[in-house]
Design a protein around this ligand. Structure first.
Ligand SMILES: NC(=O)C1=CN([C@@H]2O[C@H](COP(=O)(O)OP(=O)(O)OC[C@H]3O[C@@H](n4cnc5c(N)ncnc54)[C@H](O)[C@@H]3O)[C@@H](O)[C@H]2O)C=CC1
Ligand SMILES: O=C([O-])CC(=O)C(=O)O
Length: 308
């Protein structure tokens, strides 16, 4: 199993590190445009191998796509992150050109790859990768919901005073400060609905804190987060590589599901060796449906800024 990660920055390196530590891939190639940067990150990570007990071979390359040839899974994390006070959508001007170039260059050398898009604004970048490469929709997957759901579970556990392992919950919709749709009505603490434990007001606060999860960290860190994003990507890569059929909320191209068309947005999917193996249509409450519709309108508006 060969995995390529484009972008050796904060998220790319974190993702490569988690993939290596989980020890399911034979090879990880990290590619960056900055001379020597990916080589340095790869060497540093390889020097963790004996300490952390993994056998994954990690190599770094400067913009040499021939080294990525025949990758099974490719991850795009290249592009600029936001600074405090910015929205993800403001990154489109620079990141669209990068994602378009990177996705087509990857496809030239790995025609059978499954592509995971991380760069922001992620739903629009996933849509762009779809249009630029013409790949089948099951092989282009945007990462956002897996991270947003982890943040939702963190906030729920905090409010419940419960261990995170006791909590389950999912966030669908667009990966943006306003567009996320935390599915509070489906969230549980050890199979008991969280509404049995928390007031409506407290649950609204949990949802609000979840939606600004990325912005909160960006304010604290001065740039956006990387540990949980890297862990979220590595979980999706593992599900595909090991054909686990686990369900993750992912951004995927919709053709009528959830009443939406010609858009990539977060919905629950089954991940396996073929990438997105099934889109899971779950019933939403009227309020969740309205949030999903408004979220889709936001993503479509951002997609309209693309030069396709
Ligand atoms: N979807 C999600 O949930 C998340 C998305 N992100 C996004 O991921 C992206 C990366 O974030 P960070 O790693 O923090 O940024 P970073 O600045 O640490 O790393 C980005 C890397 O991309 C490289 N790069 C730029 N243009 C390139 C090109 N054409 N080819 C190859 N490499 C290129 C840069 O040299 C840099 O090393 C940002 O757009 C950020 O907003 C970040 C966290 C979560
Ligand atoms: O907040 C950002 O800009 C990066 C990101 O997508 C996240 O951490 O959720």
């Amino acid at each position: 199993m060969k995995v390529t990660v484009v972008g050796a920055g904060a998220v790319g390196a974190s993702c490569a590190e988690y993939i290596a530590i989980k020890n399911f891939a034979s090879e990880v190639v990290i590619l960056d445009i900055k001379e020597g940067f990916a080589e340095g990150k790869a060497m540093d990570l390889m020097q963790c191998a004996s300490l952390n007990g993994f056998d994954t071979k990690i190599t770094g390359v400067t913009n040499d796509y021939s080294q990525t040839a025949n990758s099974d899974i490719c991850v795009i994390t290249s592009g600029i992150p936001r600074k405090p006070g910015m929205t993800r959508e403001e990154l489109i001007g620079i990141n669209a050109g990068i994602v378009k170039n990177v996705s087509t260059s990857l496809l030239e050398h790995s025609p059978n790859m499954i592509l995971i898009v991380v760069s922001n604004p992620m739903d629009t970048m996933t849509y762009l990768a779809h249009k630029a490469t013409g790949m089948p929709k099951n092989r282009i997957i945007g990462m956002g919901g897996a991270l947003d759901s982890a943040r939702f579970k963190y906030r729920l556990a905090e409010a419940l005073g419960a261990p995170i392992s006791d909590v389950d919950g999912m966030v669908v919709g667009g990966h943006s400060d306003v567009g996320m749709v935390p599915l509070t009505s489906h969230a549980t603490r050890n199979s008991i609905k969280v509404s049995e434990f928390l007031s409506e007001e407290r649950l609204e606060q949990v949802a609000a804190d979840t939606k600004v999860g990325g912005a909160t960290l960006t304010k604290l860190l001065g740039t956006s987060a990387w540990y949980a994003p890297g862990a979220a990507v590595s979980g999706m890569v593992q599900a595909i590589a090991c054909d686990t059929k686990k369900i993750f909320p992912c951004s995927t191209f919709l053709e009528g599901e959830y009443g939406l068309n010609d858009i990539c947005i977060g919905v629950p999917v089954v991940l396996g060796k073929n990438g997105i193996e099934k889109i899971v249509d779950i019933p939403l409450s009227d309020a969740e449906k309205a949030h999903m519709q408004a979220s889709a309108e936001g993503v479509t508006k951002t997609n309209g800024l693309l030069d396709l």
